[in-house]
Ligand binder design. Structure first.
Ligand SMILES: [Zn+2]
Length: 137
């Protein structure tokens, strides 16, 4: 991810993203921003704290690993419900990256051979050209 995008995410979501390094492309910036907004609302309502441990690209889509901390409350059932909702919200964001170009954020798809990556057609063409150029040298 480009430094500028990483910086914006840290400024907008200091609690969630202050310690995390994004091991994925800038194309997923919007997804990471939107999922953070949802998580923050759910954290407050459910008395839960989410701490991402690793956010990375793997086999073409995003993996969002996190720890979950529960505040002391008598309403454990409510906490469990919010825990499930947060898990669904994160899973949905991961699924969204399967159709979002990791480079530019436009509609993309994961190739089925070689190094798996979710890219749109122009970004894939560009990447293949760059790879061919590198091999020539
Ligand atoms: Zn693209």
């Amino acid at each position: 991810m480009k430094k500028i995008h990483e910086k914006i995410l840290r400024i907008k979501h200091p609690e969630l993203y202050k310690k995390i390094y994004f091991e994925c492309g800038s194309g997923w910036f919007d997804i990471l921003d939107k999922v953070a907004e949802k998580i923050e609302r759910l954290e407050t309502a459910g008395k839960i704290r989410i701490e991402p441990s690793q956010i990375k690209e793997k086999f073409g889509s995003m993996r969002y690993y996190y720890y979950e901390m529960h505040r002391a409350t008598k309403d454990k059932e409510k906490q469990r419900i919010f825990s499930d909702i947060i898990s669904d919200v994160i899973h949905k964001a991961e699924t969204e990256t399967e159709n979002t170009c990791e480079q530019c954020g436009k509609f993309g798809s994961i190739n089925n051979t070689g190094w798996l990556q979710c890219l749109c057609d122009p970004c894939r063409t560009k990447q293949e050209q760059e790879r061919a150029e590198r091999l020539k040298k």
